[in-house]
Design a protein around this ligand. Structure first.
Ligand SMILES: Cc1cc2nc3c(=O)[nH]c(=O)nc-3n(C[C@H](O)[C@H](O)[C@H](O)COP(=O)(O)OP(=O)(O)OC[C@H]3O[C@@H](n4cnc5c(N)ncnc54)[C@H](O)[C@@H]3O)c2cc1C
Length: 187
C-alpha cells in the first residue's frame, strides 16, 4: 500500500493501479488524478466517499474507472497487492494501491515544552524552524508534512545555521570572556 505518488509512482508506473478513498475527500480525489499521471489503468474506489456528479465527471474524463461500494479487504500475497474486495462483487485485480494518509506529527516533545501551534494544529515556526520557545527549533516533517527528504534536510540545515548564529557563537564568546583576564588594549 502506497501513499505518495512522488515517492512511489515511478516504481509502479504503467501497471494496474488503484486509489482507495480515505478520510480526506479532497486529498483522495486529487490523489486519484495524480496517480492517473502514472498509468492509463487506474481504478478509483470511492469507498465511503459519495461522489458528486462533477467529481465523477472529472475522473471519467481522465479515463479513471470508478468502482463504487465499500472496500472490505485488500488481497495480497508474498509478491504484494493482488486486488481489492468490496462488500459486493468480484475482487478487482490491482498491482498496486494508494490511499490518502492521515498526517500526525510526532511532536509530543515540542508540545510538552509549550511550543505554540498554528491554525492547523501543528507546531508553529518561522522559516528557520524557530518555535515560540526560546532555543527550540523544529525542522522537517514534525512541522511540515509536505517536506520530502531534500526539503527536510534543507530545513535541518537552516535550523542548524540559525541555532549557531543565535546561540553557539554567543556561547563561545561568553566562555572566552569568562576565562579572559587581560583587558582589551585601548585603540
Ligand atoms: C512511506 C514513506 C515513503 C517515503 N518516500 C520518500 C521518497 O521516496 N523520497 C523522499 O524524498 N521522501 C520520502 N518520504 C518522506 C521522507 O521520509 C521525509 O521527508 C523525511 O523522513 C523527513 O525527515 P525528518 O527528519 O523531518 O523526519 P523523520 O525522518 O521522521 O525523522 C524524525 C526522527 O525523530 C524521531 N523522534 C520522534 N520523536 C522523538 C522523540 N520524542 N525523541 C527522540 N526521537 C524522536 C523519530 O523516531 C524519527 O527517527 C517518505 C515517507 C514515507 C512515510
Amino acid at each position: 500500500m502506497h501513499f505518495c505518488p512522488y515517492c512511489h509512482g515511478y516504481e509502479v508506473r504503467d501497471s494496474a493501479l488503484g486509489v482507495i478513498g480515505g478520510e480526506d475527500r479532497a486529498f483522495s480525489l486529487r490523489q486519484a488524478q495524480l496517480i492517473r499521471q502514472w498509468s492509463d489503468d487506474v481504478v478509483f474506489f470511492p469507498h465511503r466517499i459519495d461522489l458528486e456528479a462533477q467529481e465523477r465527471e472529472q475522473l471519467v474524463a481522465r479515463g479513471v474507472r470508478i468502482v463504487d461500494g465499500e472496500v472490505t479487504r485488500i488481497v495480497s500475497d508474498e509478491t504484494g497487492v493482488r486486488g481489492v474486495e468490496l462488500a459486493e462483487g468480484p475482487m478487482i485485480r490491482r498491482a498496486a494501491l494508494f490511499v490518502g494518509p492521515r498526517f500526525v506529527p510526532s511532536d509530543e516533545l515540542l508540545t510538552a515544552l509549550g511550543c505554540e501551534l498554528n491554525d492547523e494544529g501543528w507546531v508553529a515556526t518561522d522559516r528557520t524552524g524557530r518555535t515560540s520557545i526560546d532555543g527550540v527549533w523544529a525542522p522537517g516533517n514534525v512541522v511540515d508534512h509536505t517536506a520530502q527528504l531534500i526539503n527536510a534536510a534543507a530545513a535541518g540545515s537552516a535550523a542548524a545555521i540559525a541555532l549557531n548564529n543565535h546561540y553557539l557563537v554567543a556561547a563561545d564568546v561568553e566562555k572566552a570572556l569568562n576565562g579572559h583576564t587581560e583587558p582589551a588594549p585601548a585603540n
